[in-house]
Design a binder for this molecule. Structure first.
Ligand SMILES: [Zn+2]
Ligand SMILES: [Zn+2]
Length: 280
């Protein structure tokens, strides 16, 4: 049986691996295919595609968009997207600006708490267009202002902690539409993490194509439940490790076993979406 990992982050968002590292790790794990799903970014896709081609691994373009539905944060994975799609790139640029402004606001709040961190230090460490809270946490640790990433989140960055800043988010339906018009397949990421089962019927209604059943943080029972939901709503099944490189100790790539057959079905759906788009 061959396996794939369809949820990976790189240094183009909050992961530590570059394209070469991802291809090398995928080869080491004997994966048949990988998808790159950086937060609000598709920037790493071309380079990762080249690195995978050189390593003999199939590459699937992707992204992970943050959205909100009925007060729940939903992460929507987009697969087989056209990474040159103009509307997708315009929207991504907008989300990245929102992220950068949010970093500045979080730093201002930290400064008001007499924590002497500069926004520039965070941006230098992030070194990408889609910086987020993990980068602020890393900068706090690097500057010796917090002992650990956990401490940074607990004291300052978690929701409703003193340096937390709410983030503008598009709706779940908008995320689905953005992915579809870019020729991609839209999948709800790790529903077991966000405890958002109640939004699933509405998202199916809005055109969602699949759910991520296999995920590092899904228990066996959770995986079973989402496989059953996928079956009931006729949804595609996907999965991946959500590897962020060396950020959280050991790399997770390849640790979640997703059979290749699920990718086969996902690619067939992508072909249908593109065919329908060309008829419009
Ligand atoms: Zn992340
Ligand atoms: Zn992720």
């Amino acid at each position: 049986m061959t396996f794939v990992d369809l949820h990976l982050h790189s240094r183009f968002s909050d992961g530590t691996y570059g394209p070469e590292d991802l291809a090398e790790q995928a080869r080491r794990c004997e994966l048949a295919a990988i998808a790159l799903t950086d937060h609000d970014s598709v920037e790493g896709c071309p380079e990762t595609a080249r690195a995978c081609a050189a390593a003999g691994i199939e590459f699937i373009t992707g992204t992970e968009l943050t959205s909100e539905q009925d007060g729940n944060e939903l992460h929507i994975l987009g697969y087989c997207i056209d990474t040159q799609n103009p509307r997708l790139l315009t929207q991504i640029a907008r989300f990245q600006a929102v992220r950068q402004n949010r970093i500045r606001e979080m730093v201002t709040r930290l400064n008001q708490l007499n924590i002497p961190l500069s926004a520039e230090a965070v941006f230098a460490l992030a070194n990408c267009r889609a910086p987020g809270r993990p980068h602020v946490a890393r900068a706090l640790v690097a500057a010796g202002l917090c002992a650990s990433l956990d401490e940074a989140f607990e004291r300052f960055l978690k929701k409703n902690r003193p340096a937390w800043v709410p983030k503008f988010k598009m709706s779940g339906a908008e995320a689905l539409d953005l992915i579809h018009q870019a020729g991609g397949v839209a999948v709800l990421a790790h529903p077991g993490l966000n405890r958002t089962d109640e939004v699933i019927p509405g998202m199916v209604e809005a055109g969602m194509d699949g759910i991520e059943c296999f995920h590092t943080k899904h228990s066996t029972a959770a995986t079973e439940r989402y496989l059953e939901l996928a079956d009931r709503f006729h949804l595609l099944v996907t999965g991946g490790s959500d590897c962020h490189g060396l950020n959280k100790g050991k790399p997770l790539i390849g640790t979640v076993k997703v059979p290749y057959q699920h990718l086969e079905k996902l690619k067939a759906r992508a072909a249908e979406i593109r065919a329908a788009a060309s008829l419009r």
